[in-house]
Design a protein around this ligand. Sequence first.
Ligand SMILES: *Cc1c(COP(=O)(O)O)cnc(C)c1O
Length: 319
Amino acid sequence: MGKFRNTDSIHAPTLEEKGKVRNQAVTLPILSEKQVSLTIKREDLIHPLISGNKFRKLKYNLIESHRKGFDTVLTFGGAFSNHIAATAYAGKLQGLKTVGIIRGHELAEKWESNPTLRSASDQGMQLEFVSREAYRDKENPSYLKYLQHRFGPCYLLPEGGTNPLAVKGCEEILTPSDADFDVICCPVGTGGTLAGIINASLENQQILGFPALNGGFLSEDIRNFARKENWELVDDYHFGGYAKVTGELVHFINDFKKRTCIPLDPIYTGKMVLGIFELIKKDYFPPKTRILVVHTGGLQGISGMNIHLKKKNLPALDL
Ligand SMILES: *Cc1c(COP(=O)(O)O)cnc(C)c1O
């Protein structure tokens, strides 16, 4: 230890002051036809690798690991995990060692052709591939103890990075000038980001979460962290489950980018934005509704997804 670490470099306000995170209004015929407005909060512009919400979730955790004197951060994730990519890069910036416990033993032989894992390793993350079975133990205290023994004392971050400090970081996504929006939309994985947005919202704002996975267990997790009741989950746009992608979704994302110049990722934000436009078409939002959409990032995963889409003979996402 004793290494200088610049914790300032992970402060969101620093980036915001540089004007990197902006609300961008979208203009499309369907919006004027239905008399609703749609604005995208470009959290994806924070950084290409420490994208959007993963930056927010890491911020206070890295400060805490520094305060507690750890020089290693250990976390968990799958082969395309934005959290793994973000942790690897943020760790490098902070002079911290990083260890990634990666789901899937079979990846040990082919991880170098996976862009996410490749980039994490290039940032200095030590990758440890475990079977799906072993990975299921990722919250088991005795397994965590074993990992601490194996890799030395480390600051542990759960899969997806969600914990109370992550939620605190996500409470900084909304700013006072967002008070004018009626509806705020956000994609949901573990729900930590949504919880932060709920906590920072006003009672009269309606918060809509769009789960990227198929399963009803999320509400409870969100309730653990959220301090308000002004939210609901829209469960119809996960496209069959986590990281499941269809030709329709690819077409929507490519078309949206052509029309707005805003890139979306296929796992979270693409599904959500497609869902929002479906709801607009169905007159779910009354005229004059002002909608804010949080673009949580995730763009680093596109090249990896394209390799997968090619194998499945599906069209590619435009880069
Ligand atoms: C991880 C992630 C989410 C989900 O965040 P949670 O806090 O786990 O709900 C949403 N969007 C993107 C781009 C992500 O990488």
